[in-house]
Design a binder for this molecule. Structure first.
Ligand SMILES: [Zn+2]
Length: 481
C-alpha cells in the first residue's frame, strides 16, 4: 500500500515532503532535499529580491542568463525585468553566456566563464532553462564544494526535470555525463513566464516525464541483478499517479490549459526531487535517456543542433516501453544459456571503441565510454549468482514490476494527443534513420548504468534484427524513425 500523502505530493511544501519521506520504510536509504524553497505561482518572480535577501545580507548579485529573449504572458521581457528589479536592491552584474549559433552547451568551459565572475559575489541568480540551471549548479558547486555561493534559479520553461535536483548533465570530452553538483537554494517557477514559453518547450518537460514508465524499472532491474546501488520505491511512487493524470490530460496540455501547466510544473519538480532522494538520476533516467544522450553526442559530427531534451527522450521512451513490453511478455528465461552471457573485456573493448571511435579524431569519446563500460562489465561478471536467481524467479520479478510500466500503444497515443513528436524525424533538429539505429544499437555501451538493453545484450537477444523489430513495432504506433 502506497502512502496516500506521497501520491499527491506538493513540490512547494518541502517540510511536509521531508516528513512523508521520513515516514517511509527504509527511510534511511533516502537522501534529503537540500533546498530552502520552491515557488510555483503566478507572479512568483516578484519575490526574487526577497528570496535573495533570505539567503544573504550581502549586496552583490551575479545574474547569469543565456542569450535568448524571453517574454511572459503580459509580453514583459523577463530577463530585462529581472535585471531592473534586482538593481532596485542590489549591485548587479549580468553575465550572458553565449556561443556561436545561440546554442549554449553545458560544458566545464562555460561553467568557468561563470566562475571567473565570482569575486565579491554574494548570490548567483540564474534565469533560463535547463542548460543555464545546470551550468550555475555546476559552477557554484565546483568553485567551493563546502560553501557554494547561494543560488536562485528562475525557471523560464517546463522543459526538463533537472531544475530541482543535485546534479548537472555536462558535456565532458564530447560525452554527456551526469555529474554530482548541488541543488539551487531556491527555485522560482513563475506560471506567467512558463505558460508563455514556446509550446514545444513545455511538451519537452512532459516528454522528460515519459521516462517515469521505463527508468524506474531499469533502475529496479539493475538493483535486482546487483548492478545498481540503492533502490527505493518512494521516489517513483511520489510521481507515478500525478504523471498518469498528466497523460490523461495530454490534449489539455496541447491547448496550454493553465491547470495542466501548473500540474506539469509540480510533477517535473517532484521528478527532479526523485533523483535527489535517490542521490542518482536512475529514478528518471534509464534506457530512454541513454539513447537520447547518444543522439546528442553525434550533433557535432552531424553539424546540427541538440534537440529539446525531453522531446527526444520521449521518442526514445516509446522504444523503451516496447523493450519492456517485450521483456515482460516475450522474454523466455528458460532459453537463456547462462555460460554464453559473459563476454570478456577483451571482446568488449574493441566493440565499444568501434561504436564511438568515429565521434572525434582523438578517440577521447570512445576512451571515456570504455572507462565507464568496463566497470559495468566487471560488475556483471561478479554478480552471476544474482542473474541466475533472477532467471529462476522471473515470474516474481514480472509480477512485481508490471504495475510500473505502460503499454507502448497507450504512451504513443497520449503523446500524439499532446502534440509531442513521436518520431525522430519530427524533432526540432530531425535525426536520420542511420543515426537513430546507431544510437539505439550502441547506447548500452556508453555508460556504467544497467538497463533492460544490457540484459538483452548479455543474453544474446540484442542485434540489428531486434532493433529493426523495435522500429517496426514503433512504426505501427505512428512512431519511431
Ligand atoms: Zn531528462
Amino acid at each position: 500500500m502506497i502512502d496516500p500523502r506521497l501520491i499527491e505530493a506538493d513540490a512547494t511544501k518541502l517540510d511536509e515532503l521531508h516528513e512523508i519521506m521520513q515516514a517511509q520504510p527504509e527511510a534511511e536509504k533516502l537522501h534529503g532535499i537540500a533546498m530552502k524553497s520552491v515557488l510555483i505561482e503566478h507572479g512568483a518572480v516578484k519575490k526574487l529580491n526577497a528570496s535573495v535577501r533570505s539567503l544573504t545580507s550581502g549586496k552583490k548579485v551575479l545574474l547569469v542568463t543565456g542569450p535568448t529573449v524571453i517574454t511572459d504572458t503580459q509580453e514583459n521581457i523577463v530577463k530585462e525585468q529581472v535585471f531592473a528589479q534586482l538593481k532596485e536592491d542590489f549591485d548587479v552584474e549580468w553575465l550572458v553566456i553565449s556561443e556561436p549559433d545561440s546554442i549554449v552547451h553545458c560544458t566545464p568551459e562555460n561553467a568557468a566563464k561563470i566562475q571567473a565572475r565570482f569575486a565579491g559575489v554574494d548570490c548567483v541568480v540564474g534565469v533560463g532553462s535547463g542548460t543555464i540551471c545546470d551550468l550555475n549548479k555546476y559552477a557554484t558547486f565546483y568553485a567551493d564544494k563546502e560553501h557554494p555561493l547561494p543560488l536562485i534559479i528562475v525557471q523560464t520553461a517546463l522543459s526538463v526535470n533537472a531544475f530541482s535536483d543535485n546534479s548537472s548533465v555536462m558535456l565532458i570530452s564530447g560525452v554527456k555525463r551526469t555529474v554530482h553538483s548541488r541543488y539551487p537554494d531556491i527555485l522560482i517557477i513563475d506560471l506567467d513566464i512558463v505558460t508563455a514559453a514556446p509550446a514545444e518547450m513545455n511538451v519537452s518537460g512532459y516528454g522528460d516525464l515519459i521516462a517515469t514508465w521505463t527508468a524506474p524499472v531499469d533502475w529496479y532491474l539493475g538493483y535486482t541483478l546487483g548492478m545498481g546501488g540503492n533502490f527505493h520505491t518512494a521516489p517513483s511512487d511520489m510521481i507515478r499517479t500525478q504523471c498518469e493524470r498528466l497523460l490523461e490530460n495530454s490534449s489539455r496540455l496541447a491547448a496550454a490549459d493553465p491547470e495542466v501547466i501548473s500540474d506539469l510544473a509540480n510533477v517535473l519538480t517532484l521528478s527532479g526531487f526523485s533523483m535527489g532522494l535517490a542521490d542518482e538520476s536512475s529514478p528518471a533516467s534509464g534506457s530512454e535517456h541513454v539513447m537520447s544522450h547518444l543522439i546528442d553526442m553525434t550533433s557535432g559530427v552531424r553539424k546540427t543542433g541538440i534537440c529539446y531534451h525531453g522531446t527526444q527522450v520521449a521518442v526514445s521512451g516509446i522504444i523503451s516501453c516496447i523493450l519492456w513490453d517485450y521483456l515482460l511478455h516475450e522474454f523466455d528465461p528458460k532459453a537463456v544459456e547462462i555460460d554464453r552471457c559473459y563476454p570478456s573485456p577483451e571482446e568488449m573493448e574493441p566493440r565499444v571503441r568501434a561504436a564511438f571511435g568515429w565521434l572525434d579524431d582523438t578517440g577521447s569519446a570512445a576512451g571515456e565510454c570504455w572507462s565507464d563500460y568496463q566497470k559495468k562489465l566487471a560488475r556483471w561478471h561478479a554478480n552471476r549468482d544474482r542473474f541466475q536467481a533472477f532467471l529462476e524467479n522471473f515470474d516474481e520479478f514480472r509480477a512485481h514490476v508490471s504495475p510500473w510500466v505502460k503499454d507502448p500503444a497507450y504512451i504513443a497515443a497520449c503523446m500524439h494527443r499532446a502534440n509531442a513528436p513521436c518520431r525522430y524525424s519530427r524533432l526540432n533538429y530531425p535525426v536520420d534513420g542511420k543515426t537513430v539505429r546507431w544510437a539505439i544499437t550502441n547506447c548500452h555501451l556508453m555508460r556504467n548504468r544497467f538497463s533492460v538493453i544490457d540484459l538483452l545484450h548479455f543474453t544474446g537477444i540484442w542485434n540489428d534484427g531486434f532493433v529493426q523489430m523495435l522500429l517496426d513495432r514503433a512504426e505501427a504506433l505512428d512512431a519511431g524513425l
